[in-house]
Design a protein around this ligand. Structure first.
Ligand code: ATP
Length: 377
């Protein structure tokens, strides 16, 4: 199949959303270092958005700019159509939870929760009771932070952030100090709570599993810019850049030749690729004659026997790693032994139980899971 005349993604396909919270060209430098470089992002009302990226990419700085805790050098912020760019933190209508619990150690849970509430004693007590019920800690009013587990402290911190029913909930790696089991449990609770309250939420995380399971929308950041905004499925299956493809999930990169007619060949075999396999801007690259094909290991289909189909290749098994619920096989192409790729095999991949090094196997690259990228610089 020929690839020319690519279709560029529509705004809906790129995850563009109606405007409730809007970051407009936000930039921030620390001395000579550019932490945020003209960040644009729009968030729907009630949406759960994760800012995902490696350490130092600017996630926390962006959250702090929104919170009014760090002043941007340029750019505007709008909440519900109102310009909040220069408002003091207290006037921005958000609750925030940080990685470390940030509870007052000398106040009990009730006093921690009631701290910012401006109302009479009876109303405060009622609200504290409601909040503790909400985060699954009824009856904990009189405990002190030191008497609570890490997970319980983070629930109290969450309750405190929600105490004044803010328009926005801001979360800066709130689960990362917790052990894996508590983290997973709290993740589910956090999502349920957010959906129940419908509070617009922006969460910073470097944990891709967290972002994929929690978010309606993920904004992947790198070096002070947002590289892609989209649903978890879109980020995972249709990464817009090499960085996104490598940062979220695992990737195979296969060298391919592209003819002037737009025909893509891997190790001499012509591949069928849909036009959607092209990343945005590909047409502007002047149709390079070589490129790299991206494919997730779990999308590489290894068959016990040859079955005719699109994008079929023969490969040798070099290695099989046992990982419990899956096995990961390293394969090299028969017609180009220097080209290797990983295939991930599930427990139900029939006929593949006995896959061993040296074995010759047919494999299949599903067209709808392939994407082309320019070669790495
Ligand atoms: N107050 C500051 N002064 C100087 N440099 C800063 C300051 N705050 C952040 N930076 C720098 O800006 C860059 C982005 O920091 P930021 O905290 O936003 O990253 P991050 O993506 O949240 O990373 P992490 O996950 O490690 O927290 C980092 O290189 C950091 O060192």
């Amino acid at each position: 199949m020929l690839l020319k005349q690519p279709q560029l993604p529509t705004p809906a396909a790129t995850g563009a959303v109606p405007d409730w919270l809007r970051f407009d060209r936000i930039s921030k430098r620390f001395g000579a270092f550019t932490a945020l470089n003209g960040v644009d992002l729009t968030i729907r009302r009630g949406e759960f958005v994760c800012l995902l990226g490696p350490s130092g990419c600017g996630k926390t700085t962006l959250l702090r700019v929104l919170a009014g805790l760090t002043a941007q050098d340029s750019g505007q912020l709008y909440l519900g159509g109102r310009d909040i760019s220069r408002l003091p933190p207290a006037a921005r209508d958000y609750g925030i939870v940080f990685q470390s619990y940030a509870l007052f150690p000398n106040l009990n849970v009730a006093d921690n929760l009631a701290y910012g509430l401006r109302t009479d004693r009876a109303s405060k007590a009622r609200r504290v009771g409601e909040l503790l019920q909400l985060v699954g800690l009824p009856g904990c009013e009189h405990k002190y932070p030191a008497e609570l587990s890490g997970g319980q402290q983070q629930r109290v911190a969450l309750a405190r952030a929600l105490a004044q029913s803010p328009s926005l909930l801001l979360l800066d790696e709130p689960l990362s100090a917790l052990d894996a089991q508590v983290r997973e449990h709290l993740r589910r609770e956090l999502r349920q709570l957010q959906q129940k309250l419908g509070v617009t939420t922006l969460m910073v995380t470097h944990d891709q599993d967290e972002a994929l399971t929690l978010a309606d929308t993920i904004a992947v950041m790198n070096h002070g810019v947002i590289e892609q905004v989209g649903s978890p499925e879109m980020i995972y299956h249709q990464p817009a850049s090499r960085f996104v493809a490598n940062f979220v999930g695992r990737a195979n990169w296969l060298p391919v030749e592209v003819s002037e007619q737009g025909e893509v060949r891997l190790a001499g075999i012509t591949l069928a690729l849909p036009a959607t396999a092209l990343p945005q801007g590909w047409a502007d690259m002047g149709w390079p004659s070589t490129a790299e094909l991206f494919c997730r290991p779990e999308d590489v289909q290894v068959a016990p026997h040859w079955a005719p189909g699109d994008n079929g290749l023969m490969a040798f098994v070099e290695r099989v790693d046992f990982l419990g619920n899956v096995r990961r096989a390293l394969l090299t192409l028969v017609t180009a032994r220097q080209i290797s790729l990983w295939a991930e095999l599930g427990p139900n991949d029939a006929g593949l139980e006995a896959l061993v090094p040296g074995q010759l196997v047919p494999l299949h690259l599903p067209a709808n899971r392939l994407r082309l990228f320019a070669e790495a610089a």
